[in-house]
Ligand binder design. Structure first.
Ligand code: NI
Length: 192
């Protein structure tokens, strides 16, 4: 496995549409290696998720994992390591919530994005097996952030109120407690 370089905002690859992966490609050693690299790179950077496009591979593959020991996200419900290939998201209700987001491709910036609170997620896993599950609340926010990357969308595009932009330091100092309290309400209302 290899740590890959994470594309930073302004790099054109982040603004392209990633393409679908065929079953044959997915089974190839090259794409399986890419999935391994994606996971390793995400973990090394303490990310909650990473899209292949962020490591300069414009394929529709994302990795998501929220483990209990991620120092950036202690309040989030855990998500075991999940690889989504060709994911399709469907909002299951009109409910939305405010999600404070950051991104490994946008250094030292957080901002507030409106996200669907109830989602259906359909995709393949890394072996091409069908996945079909629901994601709710702050966990649903993570799926939407990652799948946005596959369409060339970065969270900053969706920040409706630019006054919510904050560095990590200022977020920790001035905004984190309020968001954690709010996130706990969202988790109580919608679950993970
Ligand atoms: Ni991101």
């Amino acid at each position: 496995m290899t740590l890959r370089k994470i594309a930073q905002i302004g790099h054109p690859v982040l603004r392209t549409r990633a393409r679908e992966v065929s079953r044959e490609e997915l089974a190839s050693p090259e794409v399986q290696r890419l999935v391994d690299d994606l996971v390793e790179t995400m973990r090394d950077a303490n990310g909650a998720g990473l899209a292949a496009i962020q490591i300069h591979e414009p394929l529709r593959i994302v990795a998501i994992e929220i483990s209990g020991d991620n120092p950036r996200y202690p309040y989030r419900p855990k998500i075991p390591l999940t690889i989504l290939v060709n994911p399709v998201l469907e909002a299951l209700s009109e409910d939305t919530f405010d999600h404070d987001e950051g991104c490994l491709s946008v250094p030292n910036l957080r901002g507030r994005v409106e996200r669907h609170a109830r989602l259906r997620v359909r995709a393949w896993d890394r072996h091409g097996h069908a996945l079909d599950f629901e994601a709710h609340g702050v966990s649903a926010g993570v799926y939407q952030h990652e799948v946005d990357h596959l369409d060339g969308v970065v969270f900053v595009d969706r920040v409706a109120d630019p006054r919510t932009f904050s560095t990590w330091d200022n977020y920790e100092r001035h905004h984190r407690d309020a968001f954690v309290a709010y996130a706990k309400e969202i988790v109580a209302r919608y679950g993970g």
